[in-house]
Design a protein around this ligand. Sequence first.
Ligand SMILES: NC(=O)c1ccc[n+]([C@@H]2O[C@H](COP(=O)([O-])OP(=O)(O)OC[C@H]3O[C@@H](n4cnc5c(N)ncnc54)[C@H](OP(=O)(O)O)[C@@H]3O)[C@@H](O)[C@H]2O)c1
Ligand SMILES: [Zn+2]
Ligand SMILES: [Zn+2]
Length: 415
Amino acid sequence: MASPERGVSQTTTDRITTLANHFKESLLTASASIATSTSSKEEEEEGTASMGSQHAEYKFEGWMGLDKTAAEGNMKWQEFEPKTWTEDDVDIKITHCGICGSDIHTLRSGWGATMYPCCVGHEIVGTAVKVGKNVKHFKLGDKIGVGAQSGSCLDCEECDAGQECYCVKGMVGTYNGQYPDSSKSYGGYANYCRAPAHFAVKIPDGLKLEDAAPMLCGGITVYNPLKKNGCGPGKKVGIVGIGGLGHFGLLFAKALGADEVVAISRSSSKEADARKMGATGFIATAEDPKWASKHARSLDLIVSTVSSPDMPLESYLRLLRTNGDFIQVGAPEDKLPAFNIFSLIAKGCKLGGSCIGSPAEIQAMLEFAAGKQIRPWVTVRDMGQANQSVVDMEDGKARYRYVLKNEKHAAELGL
Ligand SMILES: NC(=O)c1ccc[n+]([C@@H]2O[C@H](COP(=O)([O-])OP(=O)(O)OC[C@H]3O[C@@H](n4cnc5c(N)ncnc54)[C@H](OP(=O)(O)O)[C@@H]3O)[C@@H](O)[C@H]2O)c1
Ligand SMILES: [Zn+2]
Ligand SMILES: [Zn+2]
C-alpha cells in the first residue's frame, strides 16, 4: 500500500544508514535568549484560534536548530511547515515534550548531516486538536502522545508483525525525517505537532502527562529489551548509564520483578538516587579498578544506555553469567570499542541491540506503568527554557529527564 519512505532495494550499508537516520530526528538548539522565546511564544498564542474544530487555525512554531551549533543552545523560535495533511493524520496541541539524548546527537549532526532547519523532541504529549476522518483509535480532545517514530510503510513483513520500528523500508523519525511526499517531520520543542495517527498513542488516565512524555522514547527503549529478554523473577539485571533511559531501566526492571537490579554508573554520585529507584546493587566503574573482576559472572541481562563510545565494553561483558545477554540501546556517534570475542564465546553470551518500540508496545508499556504507578524522575521546565535545558542535558545535569512544558496549553487542561 503506502510507498516506501526511502529507496526500495537497500544494500546493507544503506540499511545501516537508514537505521542511523531514524535516530537523526533532530530538532533545535538553544542559545536564543529566553526573552526572545517568550515573546515568540506570545505571538504564537495570539496566532492560535478556534481549537477543537476540524479546521482549526494555528501556526506551527518551534525551537529550530539551524546548524550544528544548535546543540550549544542556539535554537531559534520559528514557524515551520508541518507535513502535508492527510485524513490519516492528527494534530497535537503540545503540553509537554521530554528531552532525549537523541535530540542532542541530531542537533549537532552527530550521526550524520541533519536536515536543518530541524525541530527536535520526540517525547510529545498533548491534546488531539485535529483528527483525520480515517482515524479510529482516538478522538478530538483526547490526551495522546507520539514517540520517536512517525512513519513506516505499514505493508512489509515487519510492519505486519507489529514491528514498525524495524520496517524494511526504513522509518520516518518524528523529527529530521521525510515523508513519502517529501514533506519533513518536525518534533515537539514546539507548540503543535502533526503526525500520522498510527504512531500516536492514548495516554492512560492514571499517568500524569509530564510523566508519560519521557516514556514515549526513553521508557519504551529500555522496557522493550528488558521484557523481551526475560527480565523478571529469577533474573539478575544490570543497567549501564544512569541517565534518562537508564533511570527508566531501574524503575522498569524493579517493576517487572527482577531478583536483583544493579546500576552501573561511572561514579557513585547517583548511588542514593539509584537505590531509591529500585537498584539493589551499584557499581561505580571509575572509582574501583577491580570492579569487573569483583562482579564477574553476576548478571543474566545487561541493558546499556551509554551514549559515548568511551565505554569499557569488554569489562561490562565480564559481568555476564553463562548464556547472558548484553543489549546496547545507547547510540554513540562513533564505533564501539573493539573487544575480545572470547568474552562472548567462552560463556555462550549474546550481544544485541534494540530500537524504541512499536505503537502497540508503547501503549502496553504505558498501561503497565499506570498499573504499577511508576513515577519517572522528571524536572519540568518552561518550553522557553529549551536552549538552556539542552545545554544542561549535555552537561549531564538532568536528574533524570528534562520535560519542557507549554504553560498555556497545560493550564487550559488545568495542569
Ligand atoms: N536504541 C534506541 O532506540 C534509542 C532510543 C532513545 C535514545 N537512544 C540513545 O540512548 C543514549 C542515551 O540517551 P539518554 O537520553 O538516556 O541520555 P542521557 O540521559 O545523557 O544518559 C546517558 C548516560 O550514559 C552514561 N555515560 C557513560 N559514559 C559516558 C560518557 N563517556 N559520556 C556521557 N555519558 C556517559 C551516563 O551515565 P552515568 O553518569 O551513570 O555514567 C549518562 O547519564 C543516547 O545515545 C540516545 O541517542 C537510543
Ligand atoms: Zn529518544
Ligand atoms: Zn514496513
